[in-house]
Write a protein that binds this ligand. Structure first.
Ligand code: NIG
Ligand code: FE
Length: 430
């Protein structure tokens, strides 16, 4: 049979195949290695996966990539970012080195709010240009799908400008983008002391408009058609309390959005339980999550997303207890949380390196956490996250013959070739 592309001669073809389910507990160690493996691709979709000699016998292709006895694995899925923003937080970086506290900086009108100011001032073209460079870095590091949140607008106009930037980036960049509306990221300074009014504004005025954006009834170039679209909330001291977070999540659920929630990053306000009980696709951070909530997560379909780059960035020695979560039977995904304040880090392999050392994930668990489980965390598991017949051909060839190298070596980049929808878009051998 004629196909478009065959990638063959992999010492390890790591499939991360999952039979349609997120990997929970012990399953997170199972990465489905085929030795001497190959993949055949037709029309951007995986047509066959198997031993090299068999695939080469059964399929013919004009284009071939020889993996040269190295590793082939699914391209990475980055499931939690605040990638679209203007400016930087270099001053805050120094303040934190000198001992300032992240939530106190926010309370004093800095932190997230300083990025909000810069993002208000930036025009659409500037936002797109700066964010595109960040996506370029991520692509080189193996990411081919990226969730991107709004949340530096805090008013409808700038939130829509951020969505416009997201739509434009999705159109011009090879990375597929999954959008999330995070209107409730911080309290807009105009609403200080009137937080409930701000929440009402989000629920009654902003969300219905965002629902129209999702249905492509507003002009966003049709980008959001046939894609998951989430609403997220930052449930935290100095951000939104449980009651306010509940209101946002319930309103979003009523409008048919997928749900995500930033929970327990610093303080446990009880939002994990509520999000899980309301069918959230993911709950993210989980640093202060209780044993009871972990047990609930294990029984649910919700993915727990850990973001150890944040703890690293704060110079902290404490991390979310992902080992306990996996041992309890949870499905865990791993993200950089790329943002200018708490994690200016575009590298998922670096997040894997931290997760293995400080959260005691095995390299196999870390790899499933950035591929198939991350695909579930963005609600797109039928399309991406594993090398299985029928899925989009988003595939990496690595500069190593053992997948464990990805998390073992840090500060370098083992990604040698990136194949997106069956096209070789990065080739370091050239
Ligand atoms: O996930 N926690 C809230 N939001 C981001 C930080 C965003 C920022 O500091 O600009 C986070 O850590
Ligand atoms: Fe975040």
């Amino acid at each position: 049979m004629e196909v478009d592309l065959i990638i063959h001669n992999a010492r390890q073809l790591v499939t991360c195949s999952s039979n349609g389910k997120a990997k929970k507990g012990r399953q997170m160690q199972d990465i489905g290695i085929i030795e001497n493996g190959a993949v055949a691709v037709k029309d951007g979709v995986i047509a066959a996966v198997g031993k090299s000699d068999k695939v080469l016998r059964e399929f013919k292709a004009e284009n071939a990539v020889d993996a040269n006895q190295q590793v082939i694995c699914p391209a990475f899925v980055e499931c939690h970012t605040h990638l679209v923003f203007a400016g930087n937080r270099l001053d805050e970086f120094e303040l934190k080195i000198k001992g300032a506290d992240y939530l106190e900086i926010l309370e004093a009108g800095g932190g997230i709010l300083s990025t909000v100011k810069k993002t208000h001032e930036a025009c659409l073209a500037e936002l797109v240009e700066q964010s595109q460079k960040r996506l370029d870095k991520m692509l080189e590091l193996g990411v081919t799908t990226c969730e991107v949140k709004t949340g530096y607008g805090l008013n409808l106009e700038t939130e829509l400008k951020m969505l416009d930037a997201i739509a434009e980036l999705d159109k011009i960049h090879p990375i597929d983008i999954i959008p999330t509306f995070l209107g409730a990221h911080a309290v807009s300074p105009e609403f200080k002391g009137r937080e409930d009014e701000f929440i009402n504004l989000i629920c009654e005025e902003m969300l219905p408009v965002i629902a129209d954006v999702r249905k492509c009834e507003l002009n966003f170039k049709g980008t959001f058609k046939n894609k998951p679209f989430f609403v997220d909330v930052f449930c935290e001291k100095n951000a939104f309390n449980l009651e306010q977070s509940k209101k946002v999540l319930l309103a979003a659920k009523g409008l048919g959005f997928g749900l995500k929630a930033h929970v327990d990053e610093f303080t446990n306000l009880g939002c994990a339980r509520f999000a899980i009980e309301n069918g959230a696709t993911s709950i993210d951070h989980l640093d202060a999550t209780s044993e009871e909530e972990i047990a609930l997560l294990a029984k649910s379909k919700t993915i727990g997303v850990i973001t150890p780059t944040v703890n690293f960035n704060f110079g902290s020695c404490e991390f979310a207890d992902a080992r306990k979560m996996i041992d309890a039977g949870c499905a865990i995904a791993l993200s950089t949380d790329f943002n200018p304040g708490s994690a200016p880090c575009p590298s998922l392999p670096f997040a894997m390196a931290i997760a293995c050392r400080y959260q005691k994930l095995l390299p196999s668990e870390a790899l499933n956490a950035v591929t198939i489980n991350a695909a579930f965390a963005v609600g797109w598991s039928e399309k991406i996250g594993s090398i299985e017949v029928g899925k989009q051909a988003d595939i990496l060839v690595l500069d190593t013959n053992d997948y464990r190298q990805i998390a073992y070596e840090f500060g370098s980049n083992a990604v040698e070739q990136v194949i997106k929808k069956g096209k070789l878009i990065i080739d370091k051998n050239e």
